[in-house]
Write a protein that binds this ligand. Structure first.
Ligand code: CTP
Length: 398
């Protein structure tokens, strides 16, 4: 194996651990090239990395000699994987916001291969919500964060902020990608709320952040699926590596989903589709007149039921949000809509559901049931995707 590893080193005391990382990577047969920020060079000399990697170390963004030898674009093209270790709060912030004012941040932008970041900093800096938001932002762009670990810090404090150990980083970087449980499977997911317009400035909608649908899309893509995400208006960054179709109304969602469903292997209806829409959408803004007024609504098409009714229907998974009698309603929807599976959650309770980062699900299928306990939506999505993949594979084997 001679994987091309591009190691970017930022200024922090943990930079000394990066020397060991280069040694381990080379021992495993990887080819390593090193780039360093200016402050990294205050902690450890480029010469150390040149000797350990067997390659010249790059430090400047605009250096005629270096650009002639191997410029930043060529370095990005050369890499099979990029690791920033240690990554300081400053470089993390720059990468999260697309700044490109030095070699490391520019390379981060230019790289199209998988990118890993091993943060190292004082525990208070790590815990600051600005840093945590930047980390979440990077994760949403598909960057993998390794560590940091907990323990004593060079500054004398104790907590999260120590760079992950070189052996741990080496193992993750050189691990061969696992063939996912949904490798090559076409997964169609609907997410978020719909908007049913009353007039140009008013609409009826459902309470839904779209988080669960987006996390399911991310988890399915991670499991190797070709994902199409049909999304209502949400305030979320779409995961990379999938096809995003943006819609507003239930009718638009219906058209987008039906257009793709015949070609899909799995459909997951995670959207909060409005059950009713106004019979008439006024062209002009409605003026305030009578003390009371009526709005005439008509039922929207049930997208989930329509998909399950197709002659070449995909493995169809529905959601149910219930305030009472959860199991009875979920079982009824499973049967009436002819679904393969339904994931039900309680709403209107104190924890979980709508705008929360966490949720719990009761999942039902023909003669089967499992409970997925309260956890972060990204974890929950991975568990549900595993379950869907297992049942989908079972059905296809029959
Ligand atoms: N759904 C859909 N199209 C609709 C309404 C709902 O595809 N027009 C889907 C949702 O995406 C979800 C499932 O149906 O996967 C359950 O939605 P829900 O509104 O809870 O079920 P309903 O059958 O509409 O029943 P009720 O609102 O009476 O609980």
């Amino acid at each position: 194996m001679n994987k091309h590893v591009l190691l970017a080193i930022c200024g922090g005391i943990a930079a000394y651990k990066s020397a060991e990382l280069v040694r381990l990577l080379r021992k495993q047969g990887a080819e390593v090239r090193v780039i360093m920020t200016r402050s990294a060079r205050e902690f450890i000399s480029p010469l150390t990395f040149q000797a350990l990697s067997g390659n010249p170390v790059h430090t400047e963004l605009l250096d005629i000699d270096e650009e002639n030898a191997m410029g930043h674009i060529n370095l990005a093209r050369w890499a099979d994987v990029v690791i920033i270790a240690p990554a300081t709060a400053n470089t993390i912030a720059k990468c999260a916001h697309g700044l490109a004012d030095d070699l490391v941040s520019t390379l981060f932008l230019a790289a199209t291969c998988p990118i890993y970041i091993a943060p190292a900093m004082n525990q208070a800096m790590w815990n600051k919500s600005i840093t945590q938001n930047n980390i979440r932002q990077l994760e949403s762009y598909g960057v993998t964060i390794i560590g940091p670990n907990v323990g004593d810090q060079a500054c004398g404090e104790t907590g999260f902020g120590r760079m992950a150990e070189p052996a741990e980083i080496c193992q993750l970087l050189l691990a061969e990608p696992e063939t996912g449980i949904l490798q090559g499977v076409k997964v169609l997911i609907s997410a978020g709320p719909t908007r049913e317009y009353i007039d140009p400035v008013r609409y009826i909608t459902n309470r839904s952040s779209g988080k669960m649908g987006y996390e399911l899309a991310r988890a399915a893509a991670k499991a190797g699926a070709n994902v199409t995400l049909v999304s209502g208006s949400v305030n979320l960054v779409a995961p990379t590596g999938l096809k995003l179709v943006q819609i507003e109304t239930a009718a638009q969602m219906y058209n987008a989903v039906i257009a793709q469903a015949g070609d899909a292997d799995i459909y997951i209806g995670a959207a909060a589709v409005a059950d009713y829409s106004p019979v008439i959408t006024e062209k002009d803004k409605i003026k305030k007149q009578a003390e009371q007024t009526n709005l005439v609504l008509q039922q929207t098409k049930d997208i989930l039921a329509e998909v399950a009714r197709l002659s070449n229907a995909p493995f169809t998974v529905g959601f149910a949000a219930e305030t009472n009698d959860l199991e009875a309603y979920a079982q009824e929807k499973l049967l009436n809509k002819n679904l393969d599976m339904i994931a039900a959650n309680w709403v209107g309770q104190e924890q979980g559901g709508f705008d929360s980062e966490q949720n719990a699900l009761e999942v039902f299928w023909d003669k089967g049931h499992t409970s997925l306990a309260m956890t972060d939506k990204n974890q929950l999505a991975e568990q549900l995707i595993n379950l869907i993949a297992t049942k989908f594979n079972e059905k296809n084997r029959v």
